[in-house]
Design a protein around this ligand. Structure first.
Ligand code: F3S
Length: 297
């Protein structure tokens, strides 16, 4: 029979899994909860949470019932904690510990200091980081944007801190950090990139290289899933699906080794279902091959 492997890094990273576990432990304890923004961008998972009564609110005052709020792994600004405290709303903080670390760095910037965040200013994680700094903050997304800030400007600040959005592209951050070192010799530069994404991509490439077919599970609009599939495609036949029901047995005829990986917002349950369905498909094909051989003998 063909070999079937599931990547160790398939699906949720540590921080997202922790946030999901925290939501489920509240539900299991019978406590009604809501999340501040969708916990993850995966339709099946959001529907599963909704079916268990988890509401999504955009700000703490929105929920008239004052249900427990779970802060998702992206984290939120200081002002959101203050608002929840003022309203007397209970909350569970599922901010990823790697993001918490950036919040602490941001909070340590003095009022006459400056924080430069390398990242996407529209991303909720970046907005949360910005909201922990008492000094001035600039968000930049390219080395050119740092170069464009006049040197005298940096010189006026008592201290300068550089951090990076956890999921930002490593090569862009490295260029930014390089420029920061040159223009501000006294800058404190913190490499806050999280390697969960690159580890998932590296493992996918390693598996694709030695497999006949690679299955990549994830939302059809998920960009990190599309990226995973693009990484695998040069090595072997690559099938991208959202759920087990999209598996087509014809794709696996003659395959001797098959590997499964999944994008960052694919729940473990969906990965498990794909694994089970694939095992059945392979088992059936194995039976067919055996009876074909018997016929020939
Ligand atoms: Fe995930 Fe936390 Fe890294 S949420 S991507 S483990 S920063």
């Amino acid at each position: 029979p063909a070999e079937l492997i599931v990547a160790e890094t398939a699906g949720f990273c540590f921080g997202v899994q922790r946030a999901a576990d925290l939501v489920f432990s509240c539900l299991d304890a019978g406590e009604p909860v809501c999340t501040l923004g969708p916990l993850i961008h995966n339709r099946q998972f959001v529907e599963e949470l909704a079916a268990r009564g988890v509401a999504v609110v955009e700000n703490p005052s929105e929920d008239a019932d004052k249900r427990r709020i779970v802060i998702r792994s992206h984290g939120v600004a200081r002002s959101v904690y203050d608002e929840m405290d003022a309203l007397g709303i209970p909350y569970t903080d599922a901010t990823c510990p790697f993001v918490r670390k950036i919040h602490r760095i941001a909070a340590s910037v003095p009022e006459d200091g400056m924080l430069v965040v390398v990242g996407d200013e529209t991303h909720p994680e970046v907005q949360g980081i910005v909201g922990h700094c008492r000094g001035e903050v600039r968000v930049v997304s390219s080395p050119e944007e740092i170069s464009a800030i006049p040197n005298e400007y940096f010189a006026r600040k008592s201290s300068l801190f550089f951090v990076c959005q956890t999921t930002f592209q490593k090569n862009v951050w490295e260029k930014c950090a390089g420029i920061a070192k040159k223009v501000c010799t006294n800058a404190k530069i913190f490499d806050t990139i999280c390697n969960a994404t690159s580890l998932r991509q590296q493992e996918a490439a390693r598996l694709a290289e030695k497999s006949d077919v690679m299955i990549v599970i994830g939302g059809s609009h998920s960009s990190n899933t599309a990226k995973l599939a693009a990484i695998c495609r040069p090595f072997c036949r690559t099938v991208q699906i959202e759920t087990a029901s999209q598996l087509d047995p014809a794709d696996f005829v003659g395959a001797r080794s098959i590997a499964i990986t999944a994008g960052a917002s694919t729940p473990a349950r969906i990965i498990k279902e794909v694994h089970e369905t694939m095992s059945e498909i392979l088992e059936n094909q194995n039976q067919e091959e055996l009876s074909f051989e018997e016929m020939l003998n």
